[in-house]
Design a protein around this ligand. Structure first.
Ligand code: AMP
Length: 394
């Protein structure tokens, strides 16, 4: 390790897992995950150099804090020259107040706690990660980086629902998510396609979660995700846009409880629900079952529809960027999305697309089409180093 560069731990804490990456300056020193919290926790970590993988079973009764403490006690013994100068967290919701990453103190933690009802499936686990770090590294400064922050400067029309005003005031708004991914992509575009980030760009983050973002002059002006991470495009297991009348029907006619509806919309819908086979795009692409084809057709149809809507919001587009597991890797989905889009100025170079090149539009296409890997953890590491005044961030 070069001593002048800082070392930052990035955490993405979920209900039963904690994903972590340790950045030393620009380099990934270690990446891993603790999984099975609540049942049978274990930790797997890989050195960024590719040399060495370590695995450790943790105590069955370990909660987030105990699991993190045990995992890092073990890792410090394995990598004696490792240190942690700061910790950055992915936090799904920053509400209306947090439009930038923030140093975490008791006041901030209290504010983030109050946002749990807005993201009940993610926020409590993100905060459990913050508390776990307090227990394990009590002296180390922690930074919260929000998935909503990049969208906070949305125009009002994209922020509101047509409900009585008081709901907007209490926080029932279209927040938008995947912001750390979009922010990373905007930064990357400045390096690899400097003519477009200051113009009009649509970024399609297509992974297990999926959304589109309309970006003008490097700022988000529209997103398909709204109040929750359910809205917009269909996803691996989430439904995407849904008539609210369906929810009323489920409650009134089917007598379903809030928990049952939540499970249906978050866990049983999307590609999984439509295909009845899998939430995983690779499995659907490999399947000959017509339901797999139909699930892909619906996914593509909704992306194309929303690209049209975003183009209207932007008044035309100069760039279309695919990212996320599907966007980065599936030439098939990218080709289906861009088919017959000449009317919008999109001309695909089929060979470049098949070869997974970064630029996949034809020479002369009015819209530059790109496939760019995203890196939310790196974005968090950069924010953390910058906010804490640590050396090593780009
Ligand atoms: P993410 O949530 O960004 O990790 O993306 C996960 C999704 O990407 C899953 O649906 C995967 O099946 C999909 N994916 C990853 N690699 C490929 C690939 N080579 N072709 C198609 N889909 C892929």
């Amino acid at each position: 390790m070069k001593s002048e560069d800082a070392t930052v731990l990035v955490l993405n804490s979920g209900s039963s897992s904690i994903k972590f990456k340790i950045f030393h300056g620009r380099d990934v020193f270690l990446a891993g995950r603790i999984e099975g919290i609540g049942t049978s926790p274990r930790m797997v970590a890989k050195a960024g150099s590719g040399n060495g993988e370590v695995e450790r079973k943790l105590a069955d009764d370990a909660d987030h804090g105990a699991a993190l403490e045990a995992a890092f006690t073990f890792l410090f013994a394995q990598f004696p020259n490792m240190r942690v100068d700061g910790v950055g967290h992915r936090v799904v919701h920053g509400g209306t107040a947090y439009a930038e990453p923030v140093l975490i103190d008791d006041g901030v933690l209290g504010d983030l706690e109050r946002l749990c009802p807005l993201a009940p499936l993610h926020q409590p686990h993100n905060l459990a990660g913050i508390r776990a770090v307090r227990q394990t590294f009590p002296k180390v400064a922690q930074v919260a980086c929000f998935d909503t922050a990049f969208h906070r400067k949305h125009p009002w029309v994209n922020d509101t629902f047509a409900l009585p005003r008081s709901f907007f005031e209490e926080g029932v708004r279209r927040y938008g998510f995947h912001g750390l991914s979009y922010e990373f992509i905007v930064g990357k575009l400045a390096e690899i396609a400097p003519d477009i980030p200051d113009k009009r760009v649509i970024v399609a983050h297509l992974g297990n979660g999926a959304s589109l973002c309309a970006i003008k002059e490097r700022r988000s002006v529209g997103s398909t995700m709204g109040f929750s991470a359910l809205d917009g495009l269909p996803m691996g297991t989430r439904c995407g846009q849904l008539d609210p009348g369906v929810v009323l029907y489920l409650m009134q006619a089917r007598k379903m409880t809030a928990e049952e509806i939540s499970d249906l919309l978050y866990q049983q819908s999307g590609l999984k629900g439509l295909s009845g086979i899998s939430s995983d795009m690779r499995e659907l692409e490999a399947s000959s079952d017509p339901r797999a084809r139909e699930a892909i057709d619906y996914f593509v149809f909704r992306i194309r529809r929303e690209i049209g809507a975003m183009a209207a919001v932007l008044g035309g587009i100069d760039g279309l960027v695919f990212t996320g597991g599907i966007g980065e890797n599936s030439a098939h989905i990218r080709a289906l999305v861009c088919r017959d889009m000449d009317w919008l100025g999109i001309g695909m170079d089929d060979a470049a697309n098949d070869e997974n090149r970064m630029r996949i539009s034809r020479e002369g296409s009015a819209v530059k089409v790109l496939a760019v890997p995203t890196d939310e953890e790196r974005m968090i590491a950069r924010h953390t180093m910058k906010l804490l005044g640590l050396a090593g961030c780009e």
